[in-house]
Design a protein around this ligand. Structure first.
Ligand code: ADP
Length: 409
């Protein structure tokens, strides 16, 4: 089955065409036929990148003013003679969408029908920047591929197994009742992907595993997974909570918001912007949100870059400690996403001195491992440490396949 995976943002569409079936899924050898993106939708100079499997990336610009045209364009590339990868768009049997917020409505991936569409719309107030473009992607696809089933895969769904002790804030309870103010968590597809992959590596059932998964990319979150279910995670009502990230501040004293508003004479919107876009690594270092730049600068003696890395790593360590306490230990810690997969330095800072908690870190193995899967703890380590590259698109394709075949089966 050929599945188109779409991740629609306000001015962009990222896509992959993935081929899977029962056997490929079981063996984990699905084929990625093509991938690419449409950027700067809404302008006369939208950029289209298209890469067929085993071929070079082709890029060009053209006017694209709405998502429907963007998706039509992707379909045209997919069927283009010689450069494309399928003969007819009818070969696409299902479409899987990344949807950011499923609120309390969705605890698993689901085929989108009228009721699900309404559920996603009802969550717009929880994710005003993300859910609307996710819905446009669904609606645009319905226009161009009207008879193809579409599936929503939610960033929040995996964390719906958290209990109130983890998701209720220390605020008046009526705020939860009135506005559903609670912790939701994000990056669920990534945390679940690396969990499932870990179960394969260890050859153990998922429901026996206690794991701490660290998704460290531009956005960063950690999940505490007990018996294969998320019991806590560092992002909350929005992705701003928790770890120090590329541009987001993570946990801060909430009293700082009114304090900064007054002292800096800022509007609320400006403070919000500061916390989301000008804080974290870039805010502390004054240099960059890119960990590579900070690592280079810190080696050359830039003290603020070094401080940003220290703060980043210490926050990760603190969360791991909290989750180890909450679960009374763990089988493994997993690092994933841009920083988690590629920065031995950050992983070392986080794990080096945690032997009292059962983490026997293998520095040499860690230094060797960049951008690929492997174990970076000693064989004797009670808590294993792994690097597992994430693949959210693949999990979206797998979920889509499962939803579609369950329905027809
Ligand atoms: P996004 O959340 O946008 O998908 P990624 O998962 O691609 O982000 O992660 C981006 C982060 O990964 C950036 O901070 C980048 O500096 C970092 N990164 C990528 N490669 C390396 C590397 N070789 N060493 C250190 N950090 C890296």
């Amino acid at each position: 089955m050929k599945i188109l995976v779409l991740n629609c943002g306000s001015s962009s569409i990222k896509f992959q065409l993935i081929e899977t079936d029962e056997q490929k899924r079981r063996q984990g050898n699905e084929s990625r036929l093509a991938k690419g993106s449409v950027q700067k939708i809404g302008s006369a100079e939208a950029q289209i990148d298209f890469q067929a499997q085993g071929q070079k990336k082709i890029s060009h610009t053209q006017p694209i003013y709405e998502h429907t045209t963007g998706i039509e364009n992707i379909l045209q590339r997919l069927v283009e003679p010689e450069k494309g990868v399928i003969k007819d768009v009818e070969e696409i049997e299902a479409v899987g969408h990344r949807v950011v917020h499923g609120g309390e409505y969705f605890s698993r991936s689901t085929i989108i029908n009228r009721e699900v569409e309404k559920g996603i719309r009802d969550c717009i107030e929880l994710a005003p920047l993300h859910n609307p473009p996710n819905l446009w992607g669904y609606q645009a696809t319905r226009e161009v591929l009207p008879s193809v089933p579409q599936v929503a895969v939610f960033d929040t769904a995996f964390h719906q197994t958290m209990t109130p002790s983890a998701y209720i804030y220390g605020l008046p309870y009526c705020l939860y009742e009135r506005y559903k103010i609670r912790r939701y968590g994000f990056h669920g597809t990534s945390h679940r992907y690396v969990l499932l992959r870990l179960a394969k590596i260890l050859a153990r059932p998922v429901k026996e595993l206690d794991v701490i998964t660290c998704h460290l990319g531009n956005g960063c979150s950690i999940a505490s997974i007990k018996g294969g279910q998320s019991v806590d995670t560092s992002m909350g009502f929005t992705p701003l909570e928790g770890l120090v990230m590329g541009t987001r501040c993570g946990d801060i004293d909430p009293a700082l918001v009114p304090f900064i508003l007054e002292r800096e004479d800022l509007r609320l919107e400006e403070v919000n912007n500061m916390l989301n876009k000008h804080s974290g690594l870039i805010g502390i270092s004054g240099l960059s949100n890119d960990m590579r730049t900070l690592e280079d600068a810190s080696k050359e003696g830039d003290q603020k870059a070094a401080l940003a890395i220290d703060i980043f790593a210490y926050r990760v360590q603190k969360y791991i400690g909290a989750y180890l306490a909450g679960m009374n230990g763990a089988d493994a810690i997993v690092f994933t996403a841009g920083i988690g997969e590629n920065s031995p330095m950050v992983r070392e800072r986080v794990c080096k001195n945690m032997d009292a908690l059962g983490v026997e870190f293998d520095s040499r193995e860690n230094a060797r491992l960049q951008g690929k899967e492997g174990c970076i703890s000693r064989e004797s380590s009670p808590v294993k440490v792994f690097v597992i590259p994430t693949d959210e698109e693949l999990l979206i394709a797998r979920d889509t396949y499962q939803c579609v075949t369950e329905k027809s089966g």
